[in-house]
Design a protein. Structure first.
Length: 354
C-alpha cells in the first residue's frame, strides 16, 4: 500500500469540562456533528501521562462545512492542569488552531455580537488575506482565516467551519521542515517572512519572528479527504527570545491546551518505515484496531524536533448514522478512494442541536 494522507482529522484539545467546551465550539464554529463520545482509560498513553494509566472522557466532533474536527479531551482521574507560565508566541508546540471562514469580516461581527473572549481586530496576514484571533473560555487561541474549500453549506450563523490548520512554535524552522514538508506533504511555501508583527504583539509576542506558512499543492485523497479538505500549517520561530519554553513542559498529554495534531491516513506500515528512516520513530502504536466505542482504527504518535505530538489514525470503522446502527468498515476499501458524498452527508444526521 502507498502512503496516503487524507487530511487533518482533528485537533486534540485538553479541557476541564468536555460538554461545556463543546457547547462553546458549537456556538462559535458550528462543530456540531458527533462522531464518537467515550469514557475510558488511556493505557497506551502512559509514556506521556507519568507512567500511569489515567481515565478520560473524549468527544470527536466535526463540521459539515468541512475541515478537521476537534477531539475534545478531559481527564476524569485527575485535574486538567494549565501551564504554570504565560505561553508566548514562539514557545514550542501547538500554539493556535486555525478555523476556516466563508467571510472573515462577517464572522468577526458574529463573534463580537456573541461575546467571544479576547477578540482581536481584523488583520492582514502575510499571505494578504484577512484574519482575526479569539480565545475560548479556557484560554485556547483560535485564528479565523479565509477558507480554502468547503464540503457543504451548513448555514451556521458564524460562517465558520472546522479546523483549517494550526500554528506551531519551533526552535528551528529549517530543521522542522523535514517533517512538515517531506513526511506530512506541506510542500508549498506560501509565505516566509521575518520581522516584527502587530498581530503577534496582540498575543503577547515581542521582538522578531520568522513565520513560514505551508500548504499542500496536491489535493488530498482517501475516504474522508473531501470532508477534511485543504489545510495549512504555519511554523513560527522566535529570533530574539532566550526564554523559549515547551508549551507542555512538566505537564501530561491531555492537559489544558492543544494536545496533538491528528492526520487521517492510509498505509500505516509505510508511514512507520518512512518516519523511522527520517528520524521520527513511532513513540506510541496501537498495532491492531483500537476500539473508540463507536469508532475504531489503528493510531500512532511521533514527535516533531521540539517534542510536539503528531498523531496518525488509520480509520477502520466509523459511524454514519448512529441511531440506526449504520457503520462503515474501511479496512477492505481500495486505498485512496473517496467515500461517496451522499455517505459523508449522511454523517450530518449525527448533528447535536442546542
Amino acid at each position: 500500500m502507498e502512503k496516503i494522507i487524507c487530511g487533518i482529522q482533528q485537533m486534540g484539545i485538553g479541557v476541564p469540562d468536555v460538554q461545556a467546551a463543546w457547547k462553546w465550539y458549537r456556538t462559535f464554529f458550528g462543530v456540531n456533528v458527533r462522531v464518537f463520545e467515550e469514557a475510558a482509560e488511556a493505557p497506551l498513553m502512559t509514556r506521556y501521562t507519568g507512567g500511569k494509566v489515567h481515565s478520560r472522557t473524549a468527544t470527536l466532533a466535526l463540521s459539515m462545512e468541512g475541515g478537521g474536527g476537534f477531539e475534545i479531551w478531559q481527564f476524569t482521574s485527575r485535574p486538567t492542569e494549565k501551564a504554570d507560565f504565560t505561553i508566548q508566541p514562539g514557545d514550542t508546540g501547538l500554539y493556535i488552531c486555525k478555523i476556516k471562514s466563508r467571510n472573515v469580516a462577517e464572522s468577526h461581527a458574529y463573534f463580537k455580537k456573541n461575546g467571544a473572549p479576547d477578540l482581536s481586530e481584523i488583520y492582514t496576514a502575510a499571505n494578504g488575506k484577512a484574519t482575526f484571533y479569539c480565545k475560548d473560555p479556557n484560554g485556547n487561541i483560535f485564528q479565523i482565516v479565509e477558507g480554502r474549500g468547503y464540503f457543504s453549506n451548513s448555514g451556521h450563523p458564524s460562517l465558520c467551519g472546522g479546523a483549517a490548520g494550526t500554528v506551531i512554535g519551533v526552535r528551528n524552522i529549517d530543521k522542522a521542515l523535514t517533517l512538515y514538508q517531506d513526511i506530512l506533504g506541506y510542500n508549498h511555501i506560501e509565505s516566509d517572512v521575518t520581522g516584527e508583527f502587530e498581530d503577534l504583539n496582540t498575543l503577547g509576542g515581542s521582538g522578531k519572528y520568522r513565520r513560514v506558512l505551508l500548504t499542500h499543492s496536491a489535493p488530498r485523497k482517501g475516504p474522508f479527504a473531501r470532508l477534511l479538505g485543504p489545510t495549512e500549517i504555519e511554523l513560527i520561530q522566535s529570533i530574539d527570545r532566550t526564554d523559549v519554553r515547551a508549551i507542555f513542559e512538566n505537564r501530561f498529554w491531555g492537559d489544558w491546551g492543544f494536545i496533538h495534531l491528528c492526520f487521517d491516513i492510509q498505509g500505516m506500515d509505510v508511514f512507520q518505515k518512512e518516519c523511522e528512516a527520517k528520524g521520527y520513530p513511532f513513540t506510541v502504536d496501537s498495532a491492531g484496531t483500537f476500539d473508540m466505542g463507536e469508532a475504531g482504527g489503528r493510531f500512532s504518535y511521533i514527535e516533531d524536533p521540539d517534542g510536539t505530538w503528531i498523531e496518525f489514525v488509520e480509520t477502520h470503522k466509523v459511524p454514519v448514522m448512529r441511531k440506526w446502527g449504520w457503520y462503515i468498515n474501511l479496512k477492505h476499501r481500495k486505498p485512496g478512494k473517496y467515500l461517496p458524498n451522499w455517505m459523508l452527508h449522511a454523517m450530518g444526521m449525527n448533528k447535536v442541536r442546542d
